[in-house]
Ligand binder design. Structure first.
Ligand SMILES: *Cc1c(COP(=O)(O)O)cnc(C)c1O
Length: 347
């Protein structure tokens, strides 16, 4: 018997199930015996597919989740006495339980502000230049999130500016791309324009929120930084013995432009939801809807009633407003149902 435990929800894109293409790829990989720990044909093909996707040679590793991928990536870019500059709402700062500091043996996160979830470059420069003495954790990396925690995007032009700054300040550049596919789909540029051509040294590329069962790829465009990374993965419990099940879903998503189609669908759903919600009196949009997240403000009373009605959504992200995320699985009916419930409960 099939058990469907929840109605469709907008709490997070990780509430959605596995997309058919990832499932199919998993099923195809589930074919008899194979060599383990990444020494299998699916993993080799997934790495090649990622190199094709970015149109460059790069080193690739697969981790179970984003926290591990971010932490190990940043640990590989830093010594323990270094610091990583990030936005105050960055997932690495607010939602990873100190994993960056833990896996890097003490590397410190230094936060900066900035409008729309994007780092303010003057603050980044100030954070680097305000101290040059030995008592200060030496700034080594700028970490940015694309698309951001507030559902906004760094444009290619903004990335060029960031690249200029990181070069000038001698910082390495890390990108948390838990929702990188949403950014590529929204900006409609080649993935290389948002990564290695923009000076990104290491990208944490999210699979989970785009329809995989689990898994993120750590992509080293700066291959020197990947030195002995496999040992970090193993030590951190991130070397899957049946690696083919972590890598094969990438094959399903990277063929026929599937990943960008799903991400584009999620973005389009968010745009629709955003337009409909902003027409309701009493609801106001708090961040512009540029990827697959919609942030709105509404009366506390409506929030409570909406939760009583069975809707699950977060109010702890970023500025503390209501966040509704769309995914590959979101439907027109889901959007209509949420909009009509909000409309009914607010009046
Ligand atoms: C979801 C997410 C991650 C990864 O989170 P895990 O729960 O560790 O997989 C990383 N960064 C951002 C911005 C995210 O939204």
């Amino acid at each position: 018997m099939m058990t469907k435990i929840l109605k469709n929800q907008f709490a997070s894109d990780n509430y959605a199930g596995i997309c058919p293409e990832a499932m199919q790829a998993l099923q195809e990989a589930n074919n008899g015996y194979s060599t383990s720990y990444g020494d299998d044909p699916w993993t080799a093909k997934a790495c090649d597919a990622l190199r094709d996707f970015f149109a460059t040679d790069c080193e690739i590793f697969f981790a179970f989740n984003g926290t591990a991928a971010n932490s190990l990536a940043l640990a590989s870019m830093c010594q323990s006495y270094h610091s990583v500059i990030c936005h105050e709402t960055a997932h690495v700062e607010t939602d990873e339980c100190g994993a960056i500091e833990f896996f890097s043996n003490g590397t410190k996160l230094l936060t900066v502000g900035g409008d729309n979830g994007k780092v303010n470059l003057d603050e980044v420069e100030h954070t680097v230049r305000r101290r040059t003495d030995i008592h200060y954790p030496k700034p080594q990396v700028l970490s940015i999130t694309q698309s951001t925690e507030l559902g906004t995007l760094y444009t290619p032009e903004e990335l060029v500016e960031i690249h200029g700054l990181t070069k000038r300040l001698n910082l390495k550049l890390h990108m948390d791309g838990a929702r990188f596919a949403n950014a590529v789909a929204a900006l409609q540029v080649h993935p290389k324009e948002l990564t290695w051509r923009a000076g990104v040294d290491v990208l944490t590329f999210g699979g989970t929120k785009c329809g995989m069962p689990m898994g993120e790829a750590v992509v080293f465009f700066n291959k020197k930084l990947a030195y002995e990374f496999e040992y970090r993965c193993k030590q951190a419990g991130q070397l899957a013995s049946k690696m083919r099940y972590l890598s094969a879903p990438w094959l399903g998503l990277l063929q026929d432009n599937t990943m960008l189609k799903h991400a584009g669908h999620a973005n389009a759903c968010a745009r629709k939801l955003s337009e409909k919600l902003s027409k309701i009196a009493g609801v106001s949009l708090v961040h512009s809807t540029e990827a697959n997240a919609v942030f709105v403000e509404m009366p506390e009373e409506t929030i409570a009633k909406l939760r009583d009605k069975g809707w699950i959504f977060y109010t702890f992200i970023g500025s503390g407003h209501c966040r509704f995320m769309c995914s590959w699985a979101t439907t027109e009916e889901d959007i209509a149902a949420l909009v009509s419930d909000i409309q009914a409960l607010i009046s």
